[in-house]
Design a protein around this ligand. Structure first.
Ligand SMILES: Nc1ncnc2c1ncn2[C@@H]1O[C@H](COP(=O)(O)OP(=O)(O)O)[C@@H](O)[C@H]1O
Ligand SMILES: [Mg+2]
Length: 425
């Protein structure tokens, strides 16, 4: 059993240097985390602008010393969010030339670096963190993609491509990606993966633009074509703000953390659980809007068959002015073509569970604080845009072949219950 101690730092709103928030104590057996504890620093909790590291496991109003993670978690949700998942782990294993699956959590926690999601970071000692290196630029995308290809193939990344390691180990999700800076903003570049049968970059780009047309809160996205007809999607980071010469951080947690759940429990969870987290942690003025936005996202996912809508694909950002958590902008929405008639989302929709059907969404609307009439109007609004998806995709330049390939992901709204919904308008 190895005993690991780390200082958890946080960049507080309006401050440009991270400050120590507390001490993390972990026991690891090989690659397994046996348990972890956290103690807030007393100087930290006295700060007027202190915020909780993790609202579920570590509320500032609760016990402050030697706290265990919420529920069945081995590691605090917010620290799990600040540690890469599948992709970033492969990158770190590649960098350290380690056998996949052999490294303990603390190694991933240490190597995610200052560009990780949200405002947290970890340090081994009091010496302070080294200054972060500058991230790669747009012009380096081709090199970054080459490095990402090598990680996927399990080949070492050669020295001339090492700049890739400045941002890529920080990122969550499973698909290959890297961080870049362009036009003064930070962007996540999502690359094509080995074995893709569809052009995922184009598809995600066009779908996020469609979501924007449907009135959802979507970050800026771009499509970049690299030689070899390989497309890359860029999405602007919403947990970074551009300041003179650098970036400030916004604290961010996944919906998995906000609901206090374990990864394996995501499948038994629901949109209503996220709506409850909005109610519990949201700001006074934000709850109603965020529940409407969430409801619309669920409806949009039904209408584009995005069934990868798990709890790590929803997130919250800390709103320091209003002292609470707001639903983050939308990300990772991709239609999945399917020949089956009956479809399911990953998360529960309404009284018929995960059934991807508009009447299921309508009947569950009370969980979002909506009347049936309000919910019917929201559904009708979203459907009036997704119904025209093909036109919007053409406008976004999506090639006809790709449109054909994904056609089955877009059910006609009337085939997924719109008729029953509009009766309530
Ligand atoms: N625009 C963004 N700003 C900040 N963080 C983001 C943004 N988009 C995604 N993320 C974070 O990066 C993670 C991986 O991105 P995602 O698009 O979900 O990739 P994947 O398709 O591999 O799952 C997300 O779970 C989220 O934590
Ligand atoms: Mg994802």
């Amino acid at each position: 059993m190895a005993h690991v101690e780390r200082i958890v730092t946080i960049e507080l709103p309006g401050e440009r240097k991270p400050v120590p928030a507390g001490l993390l104590d972990m026991q690891e057996i090989g690659a397994t985390t046996a348990f972890s504890r956290f103690s807030y620093g007393l100087r930290y909790v006295d700060r007027p602008n202190a915020m909780s590291v993790d609202p579920m496991s570590l509320p500032l109003g609760g016990s402050l010393i030697d706290v265990a993670p919420y529920g069945a978690l081995e590691l605090f949700g917010a620290l799990r969010d600040a540690t890469p998942d599948f992709w970033g782990r492969r990158v770190i294993e590649n960098k350290l030339r380690a056998v996949p699956g052999s490294l303990p959590e603390s190694v991933f926690l240490d190597h995610a670096g200052p560009n990780r999601v949200g405002a947290l970071d970890v340090q081994k000692d009091q010496k302070g963190a080294p200054l972060p290196s500058a991230l790669p630029k747009h012009i380096e995308l081709e090199y970054l993609m080459e490095a990402a290809d090598r990680v996927e193939e399990g080949l070492p990344v050669p020295a001339q491509l090492e700049h890739f390691f400045t941002g890529a180990p920080s990122l969550g999700g499973a698909r290959p990606k890297a961080l870049i800076v362009d036009d003064g903003y930070q962007w996540i570049a999502k690359f094509p993966a080995r074995g893709d049968v569809l052009d995922m970059a184009w598809l995600e780009y066009a779908t996020l633009e469609l979501a924007r047309r449907a009135g959802l809160n979507v970050p800026s996205v771009r499509l970049v074509s690299l030689p070899g007809k390989r497309n890359v999607m860029l999405i602007q980071r919403f947990d970074r703000r551009t300041e003179a010469e650098s970036f400030s951080k916004r604290h961010m947690i996944s919906a998995l953390t906000a609901t206090g759940l374990h990864e394996q429990q995501s499948h038994t969870s629901s949109y209503a659980d996220i709506a409850r987290a909005i109610e519990r942690f949201g700001t006074a003025g934000g709850v109603a809007d965020d529940r409407i936005e969430l409801f619309k996202r669920m409806v949009f996912n039904i209408l584009v068959s995005n069934d990868d809508d798990h709890l790590r694909n929803h997130a919250f950002l800390y709103d320091a002015e209003n002292h609470g958590w707001r639903l983050s902008p939308l990300y990772d929405v991709v239609p999945r073509p399917s020949s089956t008639h009956e479809r399911f989302l990953h998360l529960g929709v309404g009284p018929d569970g995960r059934a991807s059907h508009l009447s299921n969404a309508l009947r569950g609307c009370g969980q979002f604080g909506l009347s049936t009439r309000q919910a019917a109007a929201l559904i009708d609004d979203v459907a009036s845009v997704t119904r025209e998806w093909m036109g919007y995709f053409e406008e976004a330049g999506v090639p006809g072949v790709l449109i054909e390939q994904v056609r089955s992901a877009f059910p006609r709204p009337s085939d997924v219950g719109l008729a029953e919904v509009v009766k309530h308008l």
